[in-house]
Design a protein around this ligand. Structure first.
Ligand code: ASP
Length: 343
């Protein structure tokens, strides 16, 4: 009798456990960013604001649909990033900023939270969607990061079509380069703080690195980041976006992060990994960990930017220490939420 009782209670508990697991597994979410910086309502026309909002929502929904249908978080982050890479509004793919020499050099990286597999490309000039190439590096090569001409040879060997570097030309970004160069010349600091020079330009011309983090129904996290880097960069400068642990990080046991901002700081402070380490080792929430790193570590030393963070329970943090960050999130069963300016 007693053992029958035990079996009954045991099965009941199993049943409840399975339900809880199912509920947890049904939890899915996606968050995106389209760059952080001096983004103010006063410096943006209503038309431009509407265009940004619409594109952010389109990117969010592209990823959300995949998650909703039970697809993988890796597919969701790539789909979201592709929408923004294909838009001239963002500093990634089509709308990439110019280098000092008047060309475009693109960086991207992706990470799989299941197993810490990662792929990255840096300084590519002829690939329309660098995030897809980063994924190929992860899934179809023994390497993590490929740069420049070598990355393009790899792309060709995998059948990726090459595009002319001029594909990424846009009038707005060209004007931004001219202004940045003028500012650098005026201050005679070509080799010095070009971010400060670029920051002196009117918003929103200089922003727009893109990124996405997602949690799928199987409980897997992924993160992706893609960028044209910083206006007037030179000498093959590479920022944080293609660096695993700096601009991108994902591990199912802690969190997924995509960053945007002044890359040199994000590299030196290992920002994306630091946030997830605080979650893993200190039991911090993603909101607390992101706030500590962005506002308490980076802000005092002048490191401007922001992050989107997501954990395996579906908790989301969209944290930045700048005036604004193009951003959005959508959790299972919820409507998409997009925002641009600070709180
Ligand atoms: N993090 C990018 C870089 O340093 C730029 C940005 O996000 O605005 O290349």
């Amino acid at each position: 009798m007693k053992s029958l009782y035990g079996i009954a209670i045991g099965s009941l508990l199993l049943c409840v456990g399975a339900h809880a697991q199912q509920a947890a597994a049904e939890k899915f979410a996606i968050a995106i960013h389209g760059g952080a910086g001096t983004i103010e309502k006063s410096s943006m026309t209503p038309e431009k604001e509407a265009a940004y909002r619409a594109k952010l929502e389109e990117a969010l929904n592209a990823g959300y649909r995949i998650l909703e249908q039970g697809g993988a978080s890796l597919d969701a982050v790539v789909a979201a990033v592709n929408v923004m890479e294909d838009s001239p509004l963002f500093n990634a793919g089509k709308g990439a900023v110019y280098t000092y020499d008047g060309t475009h050099e693109l960086d991207a990286s992706i990470m799989d939270g299941r197993n810490r597999q990662a792929g990255a490309v840096a300084g590519v000039k002829r690939v329309a969607n660098p995030i897809n190439l980063a994924r190929m590096v992860m899934e179809d090569s023994p390497f993590v990061m490929l740069a420049g001409a070598g990355a393009e040879s790899f792309a060709k060997s995998r059948g990726v079509p090459m595009v002319d570097n001029k594909t990424f030309d846009t009038e707005e970004r060209r004007e931004q380069l001219e202004r940045a160069k003028k500012k650098l010349d005026e201050e005679n600091q070509q080799d010095k703080d070009y971010r400060a020079a670029v920051d002196a330009l009117p918003a929103p011309y200089r922003m727009g690195t893109v990124g996405a983090v997602a949690l799928d129904k199987h409980g897997n996290l992924a993160a992706a980041t893609s960028t044209g880097g910083m206006t007037a960069k030179r000498y093959g400068r590479i920022g944080d976006a293609p660096i695993i642990g700096a601009g991108t990080f994902a591990d199912n046991t802690s969190c997924a992060v995509s960053a945007t901002g002044h890359g040199e700081y994000f590299i030196r402070y290992n920002v994306a990994a630091d946030i997830c380490t605080r979650v893993a080792y200190q039991g911090k929430s993603v909101a607390a960990a992101a706030d500590e790193v962005i506002n308490q570590v980076l802000r005092p030393i002048g490191g401007t930017g922001g992050v989107i963070v997501l954990d395996a329970k579906g908790n989301i943090a969209l944290t930045f220490n700048t005036k604004g960050m193009y951003r959005g999130s959508r959790a299972a069963g919820q409507k998409p939420e997009v925002a641009i300016f600070g709180h």
